[in-house]
Every structure is written in C-alpha cells, then in structure tokens.
Design a protein around this ligand. Structure first.
Ligand code: DSN
Length: 430
C-alpha cells in the first residue's frame, strides 16, 4: 500500500480514516463558533496560518539555522524561516530574532540560558500579582535553576510598584530583570524598568507574549530597543500559530541561537515556522493594525460596561486587551464565576488577583480578554451587550433559567459573526 492506493490510510481524509478524531475536531469548531471566547491569551488564527501549520513542512528535519543545517533538503525550509525572520524584523524593528522556540515558556527558558548561569539572581513579577510561571515559580524549571526574587503591585491601586522594583533591584543585585505579565491590565513602563536595570547593572528582558499584537499594531509601547531580550508567543493577541519567538540585541544573537539549539530544542517545527511567517505577514497589514486598535477600544467599552453593571475591576479598568474582575468583596469565587459564565455562553478563566485570600484553584478573580472576539469582528455594541450579560450572570441570586436566557443572548451574538465560514463545508474541520 502506498499514497497511490485509495484504500490506504495514507491518502484518506481524516473523516474517512479516523472518524473519532474527526468528530472531535468538528465538535471543537462548533464549540468555538457557538460560544463567546474571552480567554485573554486565546485568539482565532487565520485560515492561512492553519493551512501552513497543517502542511507538508511537518515532515522536515532542519536542525540549525538557514543555510547552516545538519540535514540535507533544507533549501525550501531555509526560505520559509528567512521569510519569518525578515517579517519579524519588519514588524517589530528588532536587531536579531530566533523564530524557532516551540512555545513562550521555551522561549523564556532559552532567553535565560543565553544570559544566565544556573544560580544567578533574577528579579521578576510574582505570579500571584499577574506574572507567569516561567518567571521563577518554585516548581517550574525557572525557579529551580535560578534564584528568582519577585516584585508585585501596590496594595492601593494594584499598579506595578516601580519604587519596590527599584528597591529590590538595589538589594538583590540581579543579573536579569524580567518585565511582562499574563494578567496585568495596564501599560508596563518599559523605560522605567530600563533605568532600574542600568542603575544596578542588570540585563532587561521583557516577556511581551500577551501584548505582542498590540505592540505590533502600534497601540501599546514597544519594549524593542529598550530591553536587551524580548520573548513572545505568536498565538495570543498576535493571532498566529501556537508558538514562541525571541528578539534581542545583535550582540546577544548567537548566545540566543545557541540556547535554542542545541541548548534546548532539537528539530524546529518548520510547519509552525511557516505559520509564523504567515502571521507576521498579516501583522504588516492595515487590517491587522485596525483590529489591534479595536481590541483596545473593545476592552475599554467592556470595562466601562462592567463597572456600570456594578462589577469591580482590578485597577478600575484596562489599557490593553484584558480586564481582571475583582470578586474579593463578594461571596462568589473565581471558580464559581467561571462556571456561571460558561453556562451563560462565555468562556473565561478564573484568575488570582493581587493579595487574593482564596487559593489558586478557587481565586477571587476572572480574567477576561477581547482579542479573540475582536478577531471575529465584534465591536463596541456587542461589547456593551456582553458587559450586560456578564454583569447579570455575576449577580448573587442568578437562577439557572436566567443563565439559560443569558446563554441565548450570547448565542445571538456569536451567530452574527461566523467563524471560519470558508473552510470546506463537510470536511473534518468545517
Ligand atoms: N497560559 C498563558 C495565559 O493564559 O496567559 C500564559 O502562558
């Protein structure tokens, strides 16, 4: 049997050869289409990115860098990776980029490995105040390999306390300071971090995974040219394939490249790198820039609507793509609220808030983001309606039947904004 045989599994559509997986793919398309996706780190990538990621490039080994590979037959994938590199440089204006990291956590791991020796001191934002597990959580590789110290936000306004950052930097004398967060609704002051890093002789790394799309779209200050190293994912606000990327100063380029391979990874995922090239191409368009502007507008309308509906927000609002609902003064936990919104047709995640008294599996917060729905086409009117739905779902005495009615209102919105309507109808993923 070979590709030429129609009855071989090699040439059959997934719907024919594996109905079980095909059914689940269809179920997931339906779930994504029929609910309102508001997990702040998620997005809907383009059909073209999915085509690249589902392409024959998955077959190719290409350890090394373009024109310096350890395998033959890399003349095509070299061009793919060069396109991704050129476009990343054009989008972000960086001096050097490595497009091979499989994920954001791997990008962070490689960035640390490029500039640190195990045991070195690092200053980063506490996970409990909005940071990330790869920023030094004790049970993560980062916290096990390096000596992390953590800054946080102020009790009063929940903004990053730059005085505390400066004071800790003077005390700890870190080799590296990390800025960047996964649950912080305000603009991060990169120049202030640079000043502190310079004062104590530290390198500065920014993990901009959450805000990369906003940075690319020119609606959030860029850390490029300020930080020594910038890591990101492609799949959050940037809307590309699930993957990571590292940008850095030219003189750190070879250390970063060596840390990615052979330091951490083997063969790069060339199909995903093709998807990165496509996504970075999208990021150069006016359509993309308009969408990023709309993400910020949508978040602001959502925040205003929630405040108007009596819902408290950490920092009282948002400058970016996400808000953090503060449930600390209520009986409702983040875990309960997540379930309620799920019943109301809105997908979010419970999230710890600064100074949370509930455990991380329960929490007193919800993180809500607008990139995915903005990609889908929702604007101010829909955000105002979603704010009303969320506010109603979080009322203490809401009943199951009320949640059912709210679900119908959510469905009425999602039905107006088709998802992937041009995927071939009847195929496994349409
Ligand atoms: N899991 C991502 C998030 O939700 O923010 C971070 O890696």
């Amino acid at each position: 049997m070979s590709f030429a045989d129609e009855s071989s599994y090699l040439s059959q559509d997934i719907g024919e050869v594996d109905p079980d997986v095909a059914r689940l793919l269809r179920a997931e398309v339906e779930r994504q289409a029929e609910t309102l996706e508001m997990i702040a780190s998620e997005n809907f990538t383009s059909q073209a990115v999915m085509q690249a990621v589902g392409s024959v490039l998955t077959n190719k080994y290409a350890e090394g860098l373009p024109h310096r590979r350890y395998y033959g037959g890399c003349e095509v994938v070299d061009q793919v990776e060069e396109l991704a590199i050129e476009r990343a440089i054009e989008v972000f204006g960086c001096e050097h980029v490595n497009v091979q990291p499989h994920s954001g956590a791997t990008a962070n791991e490689a960035a640390y490995q490029a500039v640190l020796t195990p045991g070195d001191r690092v200053l980063a934002m506490a996970l409990a105040h909005g940071g990330h597990l790869s920023h030094g959580l004790k049970v993560n590789f980062s916290g096990r390999l390096y000596e992390f110290h953590h800054y946080g936000v102020r009790r009063g306004d929940c903004r990053i306390d730059m005085d505390q950052v400066a004071q800790m930097a003077r005390e700890v004398r870190p080799r590296l300071i990390v800025a960047g967060a996964s649950a912080y609704p305000r603009i991060i002051d990169f120049p202030a971090f640079r000043e502190i890093a310079d004062e104590v002789g530290a390198l500065l790394m920014v993990d901009m995974a959450h805000i990369a799309g906003l940075v690319a779209g020119g609606v959030h200050p860029s850390p490029i040219g300020i930080a020594d190293i910038v890591t990101t994912t492609l799949h959050k606000s940037l809307g590309g394939p699930r993957a990571g990327m590292i940008m850095c100063r030219a003189d750190l380029g070879s250390a970063v490249d060596r840390a990615v391979f052979p330091g951490l990874q083997g063969g790069p995922l060339m199909h995903v790198i093709a998807g990165k090239a496509v996504a970075l191409g999208h990021a150069l368009t006016d359509e993309f820039r308009d969408r990023q502007r709309q993400v910020v507008v949508n978040t602001s309308v959502l925040a205003d609507g929630l405040l108007g509906g009596g819902v408290a927000l950490v920092t009282g609002g948002s400058d970016n793509h996400l808000i953090l609902v503060d449930l600390s003064g209520t009986e409702l936990t983040g875990a309960d609220a997540e379930v309620r919104l799920d019943r109301a047709g809105i997908t979010v995640n419970k999230n710890g808030i600064p100074f949370d008294e509930r455990p991380p599996t329960v929490t007193s917060g919800l993180r809500i983001g607008t990139p995915a729905l903005t990609t889908r086409g929702l604007k101010e009117v829909e955000m105002a309606e979603i704010a009303r739905i969320i506010s109603a779902a979080l009322v203490p005495e809401v009943s199951e039947s009320e949640l059912g009615s709210l679900r119908e209102r959510s469905r009425a919105i999602s039905d107006r904004f088709p998802l992937y309507p041009r995927l071939v109808s009847g195929s496994a993923i349409a």
